[in-house]
Each structure stands twice: as C-alpha cells, then as structure tokens.
Design a protein around this ligand. Structure first.
Ligand SMILES: [Zn+2]
Length: 72
C-alpha cells in the first residue's frame, strides 16, 4: 500500500515530520490541530507516528478516499 508522507496545510506542502511537530506544538499550546489535507484528493488526513512494528510515519485519510492513490 502506498503511504503518504506529505500533505497539504493550506497551500503549503508539509512533510510527515513537520506535521507531527505541528500537531505536538498545537497540543502543547492547547491550540486547534492544523487541518491537514491530502495533496491528491483534498480529503482530511491525520498524521501517524512511526509504529513500534517498524511501520514508517505516514498520513492516513480520516475517511477512505476511493480513487486516491494515497488512501490505503
Ligand atoms: Zn487522498
């Protein structure tokens, strides 16, 4: 399965590492989590940290997006 490692934040492209930092920063300062969206289909996506099973950090669509190559 392709795993997305970049997404859009407004009209910027951000990496998964940046997204995780932004989310952590938002939580720390009790700010709303930025709205990340897929750069292919524009659906909302959520950043996921690297898993303990060796899965790399990646973005996941909040809802499955048929036709998007970045949606698992
Ligand atoms: Zn997508």
């Amino acid at each position: 399965m392709p795993k997305a490692t970049t997404c859009k934040l407004g009209n910027r492209i951000v990496s998964i590492e940046d997204a995780l930092l932004l989310r952590a920063g938002a939580a720390r300062w009790r700010r709303p989590v930025p709205e990340f969206s897929c750069h292919e289909c524009n659906e909302r996506v959520r950043p996921h940290k690297k898993g303990t099973t060796g899965q790399a950090a990646h973005f996941e669509h909040r809802t499955r997006s048929p036709g998007c190559s970045q949606s698992a």
